[in-house]
Design a protein around this ligand. Structure first.
Ligand code: ARG
Length: 467
């Protein structure tokens, strides 16, 4: 039992299987650099408070830096033994003591692994959140550029997956731009609550040493030290919040993926994904499958799963620390990895896909997407909208029986349909009912009219430029 940090009160060793079950090193090795960063701040503070001598502090700091170098090298060369210790905290302390002798054991003065692991996780998540926010901004830029390229690319808009009204591909892409913009904001907001220091909370009740919690908080770049030691070691809201925000981001990417998959199908043929981001079939030679988009849709379940798992883990936990909390890490690490690789790949897939403008326009030109346009026209000519709706419904029925679109009807057709309500010029109507005219008449703020999209894109370019 002597080999454990806590071996003193034990007569027998833990069983081998128990050791394996209990260990977190295989995954909390991800926290290594943050664990050492936290220890460096802690030991500096111990020196400033005259709890350790300047010579001891110097020795420990040099030792920690050297331990970090060793571990980085071992991880780099795949020579690291993941069974070497119980967790990252025990590992670093054991390595330190092996290097500088018993004085290494003074590092843990006034500290518990409970506040230590909470610090590590917050430092890790702050770093990762900042990286993810950068990736989201680059993604937003790619979408904005693509939207600009397609301000005038008309396509059908859908409700109930039925052709509804004409709009543009640029307008459709902008919808996702703004979803991502909110995700970016949500991560920034979560960061405020991630960036708080629990160091100095001890096991749960603070410490009898005169720890300067404000100093370590400042040293580690936290905005402040947390206000309650029990909260400091038991709070995992910051992980839950991150996972909730990440899940929301994944939901957005999953919806986009669903559309990409549909658009890439023969049935739609609106886009064609590049070879680099598709795969083939082992049996059907003609296949080119949208695997990246499908995997993003699939992995969304995985990130939401991690959020669920942690909520369920925390639900019944009494204060303060319980070993259950060790289960906060694997789902989080997995989600971070998943989100980052997707944010790297997705913009590439969008940049390389072929947009089939003619197909989009063709789809927008059939299926009576301009029926609302005609109803609006009648309503603008003093026919109550409800009645106009009825009249246009009959016009649609009339045209579909003739296998024609509304803008293909002749003067005699219009006289027959509208004659008792309004005199209309077939030519004038035809112009009004064209796809472009229909889109451009929708010039309300945030609408798909070319000019409106241009305005919005200019504004957002300015926003991205100052991020
Ligand atoms: N590996 C532990 C975790 O991830 C570190 C904290 C251990 N604390 C303790 N009292 N056993 O939560």
């Amino acid at each position: 039992a002597k080999s454990k940090l806590w071996g003193g009160r034990f007569e027998a060793n833990t069983s081998k299987l128990m050791d394996q079950f209990n260990a977190s090193l295989p995954f909390d090795i991800n926290l290594m650099q943050y664990d050492i960063e936290g220890s460096l701040a802690h030991v500096k503070m111990l020196g400033r408070q005259d709890i350790l001598t300047a010579a001891e502090v110097k020795k420990i700091i040099e030792g920690l830096k050297s331990v970090k170098k060793d571990l980085e090298a071992e991880l780099e060369t795949d020579s690291f033994d993941f069974n070497e210790a119980e967790d990252i905290h025990s590992l670093v302390e054991a390595r330190l003591t092996a290097k500088i002798g018993a004085v290494g054991g003074k590092l843990h003065t006034g500290r518990s692994r409970n506040d230590q692991v909470a610090v590590d996780l917050r430092l890790y998540l702050r770093d990762q959140t900042e990286q993810i926010m950068e990736l989201i901004l680059s993604f937003m830029q790619v979408i904005l550029d693509l939207a600009e390229e397609h301000i005038e690319t008309v396509m059908p808009g859908y409700t109930h997956l039925q052709r509804a009204q004409a709009l543009t591909f640029g307008h459709h892409l902008l919808a996702y731009y703004f979803k991502l913009k909110r995700d970016h904001e949500r991560f920034a907001d979560a960061l405020k609550r991630i960036n708080v220091s629990p160091l100095g909370s001890g096991a749960l009740a603070g410490s009898s040493f005169a720890l300067d919690r404000d100093f370590t908080a400042k040293e580690l770049g936290f905005s402040r030290a947390c206000e309650n030691s029990m909260d400091g070691v038991s709070d995992r809201d910051f992980v839950l919040e991150f996972l909730a925000v990440a899940s929301n981001l994944m939901l957005h990417l999953s919806r986009l993926s669903e559309e990409i998959i549909l658009w890439n199908s023969k049935e739609y043929s609106f886009i064609e994904l590049a070879d680099q981001y598709t795969t083939g079939s082992s049996i059907m030679p003609q296949k080119k499958n949208p695997d990246l988009a499908e995997l993003v849709r699939g992995k969304t379940g995985r990130v939401i799963g991690s959020l669920n798992q942690l909520m369920i883990t925390i639900k019944g936990l009494p204060l303060a620390y319980n070993k259950d909390l060790q289960e906060d890490k694997e789902g989080l690490f997995d989600s971070v990895k998943t989100v980052k690789v997707i944010l790297e790949l997705y913009p590439e897939m969008l940049k390389t896909m072929k947009v089939k403008k003619a197909k989009m326009k063709e789809a927008a030109s059939s299926g009576f997407l301009n029926a609302t346009e005609l109803a609006d026209y009648l309503a603008a000519n003093n026919i109550p909208f409800r009645q106009a709706h009825q009249i246009v419904g009959e016009a649609v029925l009339f045209a579909s029986k003739k296998e024609k679109e509304l803008d293909q009807l002749q003067q005699s057709d219009w006289d027959q349909i509208l004659g008792e309500y309004l005199d209309v010029e077939a030519e004038e109507l035809k112009a009004k009912l064209s796809v472009e005219a229909a889109v451009n008449s929708h010039s309300t703020k945030g609408g798909p009219a070319f000019k409106e999209s241009k305005n919005i894109i200019e504004k957002e370019k300015e926003f991205l430029a100052v991020q």
